[in-house]
Design a protein around this ligand. Structure first.
Ligand SMILES: *Cc1c(COP(=O)(O)O)cnc(C)c1O
Length: 357
């Protein structure tokens, strides 16, 4: 696929590294964006990197009415010596195709699309911050843009990628979060779209998130949508526990989003020779393990925060405080190892790092 590059004639004022470190997540964007069109019969075409700016959409575009809209999220890091790397972007491309399949959207060419994203990062390389803990967040997405109000998969799509410099997710480093167990609303059910990174899953979660914030919690923990009994995941992050020295996480069941960070944590824990299991975990069993002193740590994993220790988990009247509300040993070790690999400060034994330049 040909990629046309049209550079901006009016570059924005790039924030200093210091300013970038304090930016609110996802609120500042770079000078360029990547766009690729799709038409049935023609396939993906007209790839171009153009100045960042508003998209023009027909108001009848199907994504605006029926939500055919998926996205991805990954990060680019500046490494010592000035190179730029992405962390496991092949996983994001593969997941994007799984989301496409679920939402009746055409598959992307994973390699070509990744090349185009890497090219965009290179064009805006001055925006990759280099202060420790900072990175350039990469947000690819695909929307349906056929002007048609029938309920039917669109015949026309737009693939886009925008870039956003981000500071450390938690300003004080690894700060434990307070989470509230949601046992009223549900996010996803088996057979639904939980495993796809589609916009609608997030729209469905906002109400619960808003109530959690009002009650002083930063995120909600979702239970399974059928029995509201088994632990699934947290907002935009997967969840792990350390119980009796074993690391456990809910097994993928179709309603949990298969996180790249989740997968990396599982692979790392196994490589350390620690017991690791993916299984069903009921909230009752967790509360039981907590009360009897067997649950040592709880942590969330995701691209944005990498590792986010859980200080407090509230389920009805039961309040679980893990590791005295402090960062646990396993959480810290995972954070150090993953962020070390992401910035090439530690050896990349698994071949996870993708070199942009
Ligand atoms: C993106 C996402 C995650 C985390 O996935 P990563 O690939 O690790 O960033 C977890 N849960 C949901 C619902 C998500 O959308």
């Amino acid at each position: 696929m040909e990629l046309r590059i049209e550079k901006t004639t009016q570059p924005k004022k790039r924030p200093t590294d210091q300013e970038m470190a304090g930016i609110r997540f996802g609120s500042t964007f770079t000078d360029h964006m990547l766009l690729i069109g799709y038409k049935k019969g023609l396939g993906w075409h007209n790839g171009r990197i153009v100045p960042y700016g508003p998209l023009s959409l027909d108001p009848a575009s199907t994504c605006l009415h029926y939500g055919q809209l998926i996205f991805e999220g990954m990060k680019a890091y500046k490494i010592s010596g000035g190179g730029i790397v992405l962390f496991r972007p092949d996983q994001n491309m593969a997941r994007m195709n799984k989301s496409c399949e679920r939402m009746c959207m055409p598959p992307i060419n994973e390699d070509e699309t990744l090349d185009a994203i890497a090219k965009l990062v290179e064009v805006d390389e001055a925006w990759v911050p280099s202060v420790p803990g900072t990175s350039l967040y990469v947000r690819p997405f695909i929307l349906a843009d056929e002007a048609f109000l029938g309920v039917h998969p669109s015949n026309s799509y737009l693939f886009a990628t925008i870039l956003s410099p981000v500071g450390a997710y938690f300003k004080e480093g690894l700060a434990p979060v307070r989470i509230y167990v949601e046992d009223n609303y549900v996010r996803a059910v088996r057979g639904g779209t939980g495993y796809a990174k589609c916009a609608g899953n997030y729209a469905a979660s906002l109400k619960s998130q808003e109530e959690a914030e009002k009650a002083g919690y930063s995120q909600v923990l979702w239970l399974d949508g059928v029995e509201r009994k088994y632990i699934e995941e947290v907002g935009g992050m997967n969840i792990f526990f350390v119980i009796d020295g074993e690391v456990v996480t809910p097994e993928l069941n179709g309603s949990i989003l298969p996180g790249v960070t989740r997968k990396s944590v599982i692979e790392l824990v196994k490589s350390w020779g620690m017991p690791m299991s993916e299984r069903k975990i009921s909230i009752e069993d967790l509360a039981e393990a907590y009360k009897s002193g067997h649950a040592q740590e709880a942590l969330c994993t995701g691209t944005a925060a990498v590792i986010s220790p859980i200080g407090e988990l509230k389920w009805g009247d039961t309040v679980m405080r893990f590791n005295d509300g402090k960062i646990g040993e396993v959480s810290q070790k995972l954070y150090d190892e993953i962020t070390g690999i992401q910035t090439c400060a530690r050896e990349d034994k698994f071949g996870w790092v993708y070199r942009v330049k």
